[in-house]
Design a protein around this ligand. Sequence first.
Ligand code: SF4
Length: 225
Amino acid sequence: MVISEIFHSLQGEGPTVGTPCVFVRLGMCNLKCNFCDTPYTWKEGEEDYSDEANERIMEAVSNILDEFPHTHTIVWTGGEPMMQQRDLVAAIDYLNQRFTSRVVEHEVETNGTILAQPEFDRRITRYNCSPKTAMSGNSKYTVKLKNFEKTTYKFVVGNEEHCSEALGEIERQKLPRGRCMFMVLGTTAKEMQERSPVIAEICKKEGIRLCIRMQCIIWGAKRGV
Ligand code: SF4
């Protein structure tokens, strides 16, 4: 498995914002967004697929779950974690068996470009999908993850133009508005504060939920928080 970092924090974005979680940040991504706040996950050449590496990762996650017995959610994030579904199935099974006495939910942060395989999907509680629009610098794509019961769609927006583009994509891809969010572009509290008012007005008018990145307000642009 290719891992970038493992840490305990609060979920800062999406429908479970504020929830204590173990974050497992996987390496590798199939996109290269111009606003990516985790470009260090793309770094190549450090892949370690050995059993020993997977054991070390599982030990690190288990240690955090042992240390924080009231944490019930693991967020598999990236990079693009859906690139490593087969390894994640094994990891989830291991953790579910090791922690049989408590409910552990599995949340996935994804760009939505990769289909969830049935054996992976069965093990996932929810997906936080962030479809990238043209303003990310990527070519236009249609999200493959359309499991509406489990998925929330977070569009990164920083101004009116970005919101218009995202609204166009919601229509084009027939995504349910009730499961869509506009997430404010930025990594600092200042950016959240400056950009939110305009986006909030659009959210009110269009029936879209607003998502302000809580971790940027509390900790700013830091890694591992
Ligand atoms: S999809 Fe996410 S991890 Fe990948 S480049 Fe874009 S913002 Fe970064």
